[in-house]
Design a protein around this ligand. Sequence first.
Ligand code: ZN
Length: 113
Amino acid sequence: MPTQYKALLIELLDYPRKRILQSMEVTHCPHAVFFNDRDEQCLTCHQGMECIWMNQNDELVDVNEKSVAELKQQLLIAVDFIDSSLSPHHLSRRQCQCDNCVWLRKVQATLDQ
Ligand SMILES: [Zn+2]
């Protein structure tokens, strides 16, 4: 069931897409969050990683074109972002039911498949 698995991975990108966009200071970006690798402002921006991720995974990108391996890679990056945005409080509570922790567990279970 490779296609079904792929669809699941794509579905999981939904949550970090919203979260990362929320956490970014979009109003301070002179490029409206379009990463430009020739712009020095982009290269030194503290939101560079988030921005690149968004540019590779937002709704304008046809994520169906990506391979399962690529999708997994993008999910792992997103896990890092969500993970680092959580206080240790969440991490110590294995049964935390907040959206972040629920998503993290879902990704973990999916990637382990
Ligand atoms: Zn939590």
